[in-house]
Write a protein that binds this ligand. Structure first.
Ligand code: FAD
Length: 417
């Protein structure tokens, strides 16, 4: 049979772009199909436009930060790791830099430079890029991939197809879960897509009063059934519905199984506003502040310790009269205040919707995909790459590295097969 191409790659995100250029570099005639008017729409908004492209940690660090199915990714991450990625970007003219937490960014702080580099890679390797081209389904011939059909029921034929359509979050970027449906129609099972790295909704009314307030250097613990299931230290922000920010997003992924399961045990989020101080040290610190402000009302004596907007809330939670004069606060009340500062508790009522999630957890069931090649175990010549697979990681550049590594391995495998 005469085919139009050797390989069709569906989806022009990081996984699809690298998959297409890798296969083409090995001699395949490749077409990359993207439904948007440009490539890498989601990549453009990553890292607040700066693109945290990978992490400089070692292999162990990667596996610790991958939440779903780290073992499945072993071959992919070995075939194309963070050093391969930064070397490739450098060869395409993009220097990178390492920041706090080993996060790697382009030196220019511009995600557009990463997109331009990937486009250059596609061009150098003569990948045919077709924009405004929405794939509607995969053509099968005798249990083998045979091509795709696109808008207007047109067909494009190829003996190999990579599905790299991404997850289901931030739908306006093009990731609308199409790959799940295509794969399901071919007999693949899909683990229910759920939001991960997502803000949390909480029940307490006072949270709304703090909307927009950022807390730095705090710790948050997720407590379920009296057990601490996740703990993170760093920055968070109050919102109109609950809480968000780096430590909250991480916690949402670490406890996703508990949040998404119907259970009578609520998830409690306990904030320690002074994690660097022990109870005793905090008590002593309060004593010092109270000596300094002894003539003031309690609510006017905590400015050195807390952001202004937090003071009334903390005092309400502690149950101590905020108008009491500081020199009349007794030891028990002081200890009670110290306790509250280290245990501000919120009740998690759920996550924000998938569309507000940084990544999708769930996707193509890894049991039906060969981890060494990323080829489907159900349909020959069909491959999967990127977030469409049931894999997800914490923040820090790990999710993009997963997209690049699986993109690379799928392209390489397609070229070898
Ligand atoms: P995507 O990037 O989602 O690309 C899939 C592509 O397929 C899209 O272009 C889509 O239009 C196309 N497509 C879908 N269906 C079809 C179809 N039927 N036909 C044709 N084309 C189709 N990760 C990090 O590691 N670091 C970060 O700094 C970071 N920041 C992020 C910030 C935000 C706000 C978000 C939402 C995510 C962030 N992520 C980050 C996660 C990261 O962007 C994703 O994990 C990654 O983009 C997944 O790559 P992908 O190629 O698998 O899918």
């Amino acid at each position: 049979m005469d085919y139009d191409y050797d390989l069709i790659v569906v989806g022009g995100g990081p996984a699809g772009m690298l998959g297409a250029s890798t296969a083409a570099a090995k001699g395949l005639k490749v077409v990359l199909l993207e439904k948007n008017d440009k490539l890498g729409k989601k990549l453009f908004i990553t890292g607040k436009g700066r693109c945290n492209v990978t992490n400089n940690g070692d292999a162990d660090d990667f596996f610790q930060n991958i939440i779903s199915n780290p073992k499945f990714l072993y071959s992919a991450l070995r075939s194309f790791d963070n050093h391969h990625l930064t070397a490739l970007l450098a060869s395409l003219g993009v220097q990178t830099k390492v920041e706090r937490g080993n996060r790697v960014f382009p030196a220019s702080d511009k995600s557009s430079d990463v997109i331009k580099a990937l486009q250059k890679h596609l061009q150098i390797n003569s990948v045919h890029v077709k924009l405004h081209t929405e794939v509607k389904g995969i053509l099968i011939d005798n249990h083998r991939a045979a091509g795709v059909f696109i808008n207007n029921d047109k067909k494009i034929s190829a003996p190999k197809v990579i599905i790299a359509t991404g997850g289901m979050s931030y739908k306006q970027t093009g990731s609308t879960g199409d790959g799940y449906k295509m794969a399901q129609r071919l007999g693949h099972s899909v683990i229910d897509p759920k939001p991960a790295l997502v803000p949390l909704a909480t029940g307490e009314k006072w949270v709304k009063d703090l909307q927009g307030l950022t807390l730095k250097n705090v710790s948050a613990k997720a407590v379920i059934n009296n057990k601490v299931r996740a703990e993170q230290f760093g920055e968070m922000i109050f919102t109109h519905f609950g809480v968000s920010g780096p430590i909250i997003l991480s916690i949402s992924s670490l406890i996703k199984h508990y949040i998404h399961t119907e259970t009578n045990n609520p998830v409690l989020l306990t904030l320690d506003l002074k994690p660097a101080l022990t109870n005793e040290q905090l008590n002593a610190r309060l004593q010092r502040d109270f000596n300094k402000y002894s003539g003031k009302h309690l609510k006017n004596a905590l400015d050195d310790l807390l952001p202004q907007r937090m003071i009334d809330i903390v005092l309400q939670l502690s149950g101590i009269d905020m108008h009491k004069q500081v020199n009349r606060i007794n030891k028990k009340e002081r200890e009670q205040l110290a306790h509250t500062l280290k245990n501000v508790t919120l009740t998690v009522t759920g996550t924000r919707p998938l569309d507000e999630a940084i990544v999708t957890s769930g996707g193509i069931n890894i049991k039906e995909v060969n981890p060494s090649t990323l080829e489907s175990k159900i349909i020959n010549g069909l491959y999967f790459a990127g977030e469409v697979i049931d894999v997800d990681a914490l923040t820090g550049g790990y999710n993009l590295q997963i997209a690049f590594s699986t993109g690379y391995l799928s392209g390489l495998s397609a070229a070898k097969a």
